[in-house]
Write a protein that binds this ligand. Structure first.
Ligand SMILES: Cc1cc2nc3c(=O)[nH]c(=O)nc-3n(C[C@H](O)[C@H](O)[C@H](O)COP(=O)(O)OP(=O)(O)OC[C@H]3O[C@@H](n4cnc5c(N)ncnc54)[C@H](O)[C@@H]3O)c2cc1C
Length: 516
């Protein structure tokens, strides 16, 4: 069933058993799991079925601290959510990502990788990738050149990625949701407040507001917020009529521990024997195409070096490129452009004017650009709070204070030292690390690029003083309020978050079914 909420009369009340707020990767996954069940499910989506600039502007926010992408460009506000423009890169988190690591303050999930394994299996087909096929050996495809660059290393290994077409969840699952007998989708239904009972121990309703000023309510026995990490935190913080600091925020944890993945070109690799060194396993073919590997730091090396989890991708440069020119090409052009952009008083990232590289004409490439993908350390000061500015619906906008720590920077630098060591030891090649990465903080680019991945803000844990949600994603102290999505991640892992958040959403749906 589907209703455009703008057709409802002012003051309308919608009733159901379960109310899901937000129809993106997480909300659609949970709604589909409950399709054809005996639960009456209300699915509230702020946007319509298509992009609308006015709706998207509700995501605009303030950036303080580390420069970041404009918030209204970093997530999408309509049916299907940010999967309407995600890139579809999928990989699993590793067991170490869930562990408490004494060198990573605030690390440790209350669940393990083994707890998520069955859900990874179920999540894969939802995103149109192959389940349980994550070893390099499984993707050899009968090609003797598809082998790891460095084998049997104590420091480095090859982690595999699969590529979703990418699945646009709003398009792919729209008919199933709209035709469901028990899931009722309301579009243009922006939730502006979560309303609790007098003792603030349970949610009674959510308040929905339209651009025309009309207001509606949805009442249910249980609620799940699936609005993405920044918007989920914003909604709880803005729901501050009964609880001054916001719902679920008795211990001032809501909005904290915001995390991204660092995604930056950091080094160059020159192969010793390009003609006989197989790099096919690392080639990116196309979205939806053959999986590829990235070089990752092993759990043993993370423990020994006391660093965060990171990987790097290989992008072929030109045949005969001297390393220096590759350096100049990337460093000088990009960094000068960034400096000029900032000098002119502009914020964010300048539009790319990078010349495209001439096509490679002969032979195997000797040079590869190495790009980092790394988790960042959870940090309570890296946070989402409320801005003084309000949006068109009267809701305070989000304010993002993204912080980068010394451990983040140290880990990135150490990764390339280890990689260089391994490439040299095995005589596979030589690694040239960018100057800024080798030197002190002041020379780092002012714009440190994230991967457009928002994690943390409502972290999962067993101690309400240190976390917002319990291991079942329920908000501590509020009996019927749950969180879907990467907001609950206590740590970020090295790889992109969506496969894991779909797996967690399936787990949450199972919990909701079992506890009905
Ligand atoms: C450019 C880009 C590329 C990306 N590429 C990848 C990738 O390759 N691999 C990967 O793993 N991840 C990628 N991501 C991240 C991925 O898109 C997100 O992890 C994922 O979509 C998050 O799912 P979600 O359900 O939590 O949020 P979303 O998918 O954003 O869904 C949230 C939904 O909630 C709705 N909503 C928000 N607020 C309200 C409200 N107040 N009331 C009602 N509804 C509301 C929104 O309209 C939206 O439909 C990328 C992101 C971007 C921006």
């Amino acid at each position: 069933m589907h209703t455009d909420a703008t057709t409802l009369p002012n003051g309308a009340v919608i009733e159901g058993d379960l109310c899901i707020v937000g129809a993106g990767a997480s909300g659609i996954t949970i709604a589909r799991e409950l399709n054809n069940s005996r639960l009456k499910v209300i699915l509230l989506e702020g946007g319509g079925f298509d992009f609308d600039q006015k709706m998207q502007d509700l995501y605009r926010g303030e950036i303080v601290g580390q420069p970041y992408f404009p918030l209204q460009a970093a997530a999408l506000h309509y049916f299907g959510g940010t999967t309407n423009h995600w890139a579809g890169w999928c990989a699993t988190y590793e067991p170490i990502d869930f562990e408490k690591r004494d060198w990573v303050p605030h690390s440790g999930w209350p669940i393990t990788r083994a707890d998520l394994d069955p859900y990874y299996t179920r999540a894969a087909p939802i995103l149109d990738i192959v389940p349980n096929k994550w070893d390099a050996a499984q993707w050899k495809n009968g090609d003797s050149e598809r082998v790891p660059l460095i084998s049997d290393s104590k420091l480095m290994w090859t982690k595999m990625w699969q590529f979703s077409p990418p699945t646009r969840m709003g398009q792919k699952y729209r008919a199933e949701i709209v035709n469901s007998p028990n899931v009722h989708l309301y579009t243009n239904a922006n939730v502006v407040e979560v309303e609790a009972n007098e003792s603030v121990s349970a949610v009674q309703s959510v308040r929905i507001r339209g651009f025309d000023g009309k207001e509606y309510r949805a009442r249910a026995k249980r609620f799940v917020l699936c609005c993405h990490s920044i918007q989920n935190a914003r909604l709880l913080l803005a729901s501050n009529r009964q609880a001054k600091a916001g719902l679920g925020n008795d211990n001032d944890v809501v909005g904290r521990y915001f995390m991204e993945h660092f995604e930056m070109p950091c080094a160059e690799l020159a192969l010793t024997r390009p003609e006989s060194t197989g790099t096919k396993l690392y080639e990116f073919v196309k979205l939806g195409g053959t999986p590829r590997g990235e070089i990752a730091v092993t759990p043993a090396a993370q423990r020994e070096q006391r660093i965060l989890h990171g990987t790097c991708s290989l992008e072929a440069g030109n045949y005969g490129d001297p390393v220096l020119s590759t350096f100049q090409f990337l460093d000088t052009a990009t960094m000068n452009q960034q400096r000029a952009w900032e000098k002119a008083g502009r914020k964010g990232e300048p539009p790319s004017t990078k010349p495209s590289e001439p096509p490679r004409t002969k032979g195997a490439p000797r040079f590869y650009h190495l790009s980092t993908r790394q988790e960042q350390a959870p940090n309570p000061d890296s946070r989402v709070s409320l801005s003084a500015e309000k949006d068109a619906l009267g809701m305070p906008r989000a304010k993002l204070d993204w912080r980068v720590t010394d451990l983040d920077k140290h880990s990135m630098r150490t990764f390339y030292h280890l990689l260089g060591r391994e490439m040299g030891r095995t005589d596979t090649g030589r690694v040239q690390i960018r100057d800024w990465l080798l030197s002190d903080d002041k020379t780092w680019p002012s714009f440190i690029s994230g991967g457009w991945h928002h994690m943390g803000t409502l972290r999962m844990g067993t101690d309400p003083k240190q976390s917002v949600t319990d291991p079942n994603c329920r908000v501590h102290g509020i009996s019927n309020l749950y969180i879907g999505g990467a907001a609950v991640y206590p740590t970020a892992g090295a790889v992109n978050p969506t496969l894991t958040l779909v797996a967690l959403s399936l787990r949450l749906a199972d919990h909701l079914k079992a506890s009905t």
